[in-house]
Design a binder for this molecule. Structure first.
Ligand code: NDP
Ligand code: OXD
Length: 306
């Protein structure tokens, strides 16, 4: 069995060694233009040429949860595309989102500024009931985030494509319930996949429907958010601010207003990193399962785009 590795922006050698160790019977190679076609591909944002040449693939493994970069390419028809299914990302995402929610709710950003100015000051405790957290995208990551947030007793709501029932979470589904979901949300967390249905989903209209003084946390993809609409709503006072981990252009360009905005916190797409060892175990296990003709989780539905 041949496995080809083509991951833009990723140090290849440790992956090649790890995959080889996990699948000792396989030949594991770094893809080069013109290479013979392999059985399985391990990829992150490969060029179109990769798929044009690799015509014998039986499976395509993406080393991330989001497959939006892959979905833009012409993929070989009928070949399963498999995304990472947690692989150590959900606990990181839970840490990141809980930190951002609590930092905002408890006004730790304000305390930090006060302390830096040498000020010993108190703020009036806020009511938990006023800080309903709404999670858009209740999949592998969204569910784990909701589970983690339950410890802090903030009201929780979740929105997904198909209806769900989760203890302690008020669940909304589909376009018909989107506005109701937004209307009572004070802290909005985006954990949607980027698809034609979700691109630009956080815009002037939808963000205006949130509770006054709402806060936005985007940890999914930059193209979910219309940047200038967010800034306009923060500057007009409708929104309190935002924590953003993902951007339309990454790295975030030096002149982008997000960098210096006093009410926006920026992190460099780091909320849930791909963990190499966990990912290799997952991918190798799924390759073995596919070879045996067994079903696997995490296959992308091309019609849905995630
Ligand atoms: P999943 O596929 O497990 O979950 C996606 C969720 O979004 C599902 O609940 C799905 O609904 C819902 N959804 C999809 N389309 C719509 C829609 N049109 N309307 C309403 N709900 C919708 O993905 P993950 O949880 O694993 O990952 C989510 C995203 O997080 C990734 O696609 C990626 O972009 C991003 N990500 C970001 C990282 C970072 O470091 N910043 C790291 C990892 C991922 P349903 O349940 O009904 O299918
Ligand atoms: C992912 C990411 O999709 O890291 O896994 O953004």
């Amino acid at each position: 069995m041949r496995i080809t590795f083509c991951c833009t922006g990723t140090k290849a050698q440790p992956w090649l060694e790890g995959l080889q160790a996990a699948l000792p019977g396989a030949v594991v190679d770094l893809w080069t233009a013109g290479a013979a076609s392999a059985d399985y591909a391990v990829v992150w944002a490969p060029p179109q040429q990769f798929f044009d040449e690799q015509t014998g693939l039986k499976g395509i493994f993406n080393i991330g949860a989001g497959v939006d970069a892959l979905m833009k390419l012409r993929l070989p028809p009928g070949v399963p595309v498999v995304r990472l299914d947690d692989a150590g990302m959900s606990v990181q995402m839970a840490e990141y989102v809980c930190h951002a929610v609590i930092r905002h709710f408890r006004e730790f950003d304000g305390y930090e500024a006060d302390v830096n100015a040498g000020k010993w000051s108190y703020r009036k405790p806020r009511s938990r009931a006023d800080f309903s957290v709404g999670i858009m995208g209740m999949g592998v990551l969204g569910e784990r985030v909701a589970q983690a947030l339950q410890a802090f007793e903030l009201p929780l709501r979740g929105w997904s494509r198909s209806p769900k029932s989760l203890p302690g979470v008020q669940c909304f589904a589909g376009e018909a319930q989107f506005h109701d979901f937004l209307a009572a949300t004070r802290i909005l967390v985006c954990l949607l996949p980027l698809t034609p249905d979700t691109r630009d989903i956080m815009n002037r209209d939808t963000l205006s429907r949130l509770q006054p003084d709402a806060y936005v946390i985007n940890v999914a993809r930059g193209a979910h958010l219309v940047d200038e609409d967010l800034i306009a709503l923060i500057d007009s006072g409708h929104l309190a601010g935002a924590t953003l981990d993902v951007f339309r252009t990454e790295p975030l360009p030096a002149q982008h207003p997000f960098w210096k905005h006093p009410k926006i916190t920026v992190t460099p797409h780091t909320s849930a990193r791909t963990l190499r060892e966990e990912s290799i175990v997952q991918i190798a296990g799924k390759i073995v399962a596919l070879e045996r003709g067994e079903p696997i989780a995490g296959i992308v539905n091309p019609a849905r785009g995630y």
